[in-house]
Design a protein around this ligand. Structure first.
Ligand code: 0RQ
Length: 501
């Protein structure tokens, strides 16, 4: 990796990950790279976890706060959580050990809209950022940095941190150079100007990250792969969900509410989102574009087939096989893919201007259209809101999807009242399950409830939910959003007590 570091001053700062980790001390706020397993530092977090573990063995207090782009890998979140090294984590995680610590009450987690993180750090809302640990694919002679497979919040970490540790990963393909677009024009209020992006594929910045070389305290050479996860092939339920969405989009085109090439697509994480993309790849729409935050296998397939003309994202989230295909022909992909900081990929101004079709997974929805994307049975975090809120509120169309049941049929994903709210009824236009699709636009709460019960609920829960609603129609004190407060969360408490809703 040393030959990827063309700047002499930075080459002179090469050291081991163990040495680099000594720059991080108890109580530090550390901004690390990484977004859906892509582009996170591979060696320093592991060395840091060991250092913190040793300190704990010696009876010393040593815990840090970790800010990232989004989820990372077992080498970062997993290692630090196992060492009980994190006092606080934000804004998104999906590592099992990390989740376990949070839900056991052993570490704090703050669930933040992905577009908010960078500016909250500029504003000082999270306090001082002490250290940045950022993976890059290379360093130019003049010290500019070639970003890696994700950008996330790296621009902000490099700008805001007192000390910077760089990991230069020679495993990342050199051909990534030129794929990124880092916009440096975002000012703080009251000096903000319009962001000059009007087409999803526009380039408005530079392909490189900048860093004040005097702040760089350590450079670590690595040669380690991103930890990509493979997707499960679409099953019947996710194919059914995809089918309902395709029919709906076709209907919207017929009605003149969408152009034939649709509008830029955003697609969330997970197997269902990936299946919807597979459906679109076989569907009738041509010349599509994507303005999203994670580029999954499904989008790569659509780019290959030509259905998708271009994709803008904050990160790659490809399976090992798709990643190999991607790295084999970077000249081709560079024409079609642009990677951006998440403050731009998820920016409300741009999402609203471009008119995004947002499609995100959910844990559960209620009969009035409120959506829970993050919590199990009201109290345990799953992953976090991620970018789903950035997109849902500002989208042209906001679609939420889930199988109609979870945990082998013990749980209905449509419930009387959600046990936690991430997306309110005001931000949710379409709800889809394998059973069907409910288009909630222009409907009052009661009409929404009737449609959701009819279209989306699994038959084994439909009568029960209809019964709840009908009794609420008779017994609730108000008839705008009729609820029986003693019962509205009884499905969840029944599941907690009996293992079935
Ligand atoms: O858990 O694997 O232990 O069984 O939740 O559920 O059905 O595999 O769905 O992978 O699409 O994830 C909302 C979590 C859906 C995801 C969520 C359990 C279920 C399973 C996963 P097991 P599925 P998916 C862009 C946008 C928020 C962030 C976001 C997510 C597990 O989409 O994290 O959208 N979204 N970001 O069994 C209890 C229920 C349940 C339930 C599902 N009602 N009750 N458990 N599960 N429904 C990306 C970024 O922002 C980075």
């Amino acid at each position: 990796a040393a030959n990827r570091i063309l700047n002499p001053a930075l080459r002179a700062k090469l050291m081991s990950a163990e040495q680099a980790a000594t720059f991080i001390v108890d109580g530090d706020h550390v901004g690390m790279s990484g977004f859906t397993g892509s582009g996170s530092p591979k060696k320093v977090p592991l060395a840091l976890a060991k250092r913190i573990d040793a300190a704990h063995q010696a009876g010393q207090h040593f815990r840090i706060s970790v800010l990232t782009g989004a989820s990372t890998s077992s080498e970062l979140d997993g290692a630090l959580a196992r060492a009980n090294a994190m006092d606080m984590r934000l804004p998104y995680q999906s590592d099992p050990h990390c989740r376990q610590r949070i839900n056991a009450g052993e570490m704090d987690y703050i669930d933040v809209h992905l577009s908010h993180v960078a500016q909250y750090v500029w504003f000082g809302f999270f306090g001082k950022l002490n250290v940045a640990v950022v993976e890059v694919a290379g360093v130019l002679e003049d010290g500019r940095l070639i970003p890696s497979t994700s950008i996330g919040n790296n621009k902000t970490w490099l700008d805001q941190a007192d000390k910077v540790i760089l990991e230069v990963n020679s495993w990342q393909p050199e051909g990534l150079e030129g794929m990124h677009d880092v916009y440096y024009g975002t000012e703080r209020p009251p000096h903000r100007k319009p962001i000059p992006l009007v087409h999803p594929n526009d380039r408005i910045g530079t392909p490189y990250l900048h860093v004040d070389l005097n702040k760089v305290v350590a450079v670590v050479a690595t040669h380690d792969p991103d930890k990509a996860t493979a997707f499960t092939p679409p099953d019947d339920k996710s194919r059914a969900i995809a089918g309902h969405i395709l029919d709906f989009l076709q209907h919207e085109v017929t009605q003149g509410r969408l152009p034939p090439e649709l509008l830029p697509l955003q697609s969330g994480v997970g197997n269902i989102a990936n299946a919807v993309l597979a459906g679109l790849n076989e569907g009738p729409f041509e010349n599509l574009t994507a303005y999203t935050e994670v580029l999954q296998d499904g989008m790569l397939e659509m780019l290959k087939s030509g259905k998708l003309a271009s994709a803008s994202s904050a990160a790659l989230a490809l399976s090992p096989a798709a990643l190999a295909e991607f790295t084999a022909d970077l000249d081709y992909w560079r024409q079609r893919v642009v990677l951006r900081p998440q403050e731009i990929s998820n920016h409300p101004e741009l999402i609203r201007r471009l008119g995004i079709i947002a499609m995100n997974g959910m844990i559960e929805a209620d009969i009035y259209g409120n959506v829970n994307s993050t919590h199990v049975m009201g109290s345990s975090i799953m992953n976090g809101i991620g970018g789903s809120g950035d997109f849902a509120r500002n989208a042209y169309l906001s679609i939420f999807m889930a199988p109609s049941t979870a945990k082998g049929g013990a749980i209905s994903t449509i419930v009387p009242m959600v046990s936690h709210v991430d997306h309110t009824e005001h931000d949710v236009q379409v709800i889809v399950t394998d059973q069907g699709l409910a288009d909630l636009r222009g409907l009052s709460p009661r009409k929404r409830a009737e449609l959701i019960i009819e279209r989306c609920v699994h038959p084994s829960f439909r009568d029960l939910l209809r019964d709840y609603y009908e009794r609420a129609r008779r017994g609730a004190p108000g008839q705008h959003t009729p609820h029986l407060l003693d019962e509205s969360l009884s499905w969840h408490s029944r599941f907690v007590k009996t293992g079935h809703m």
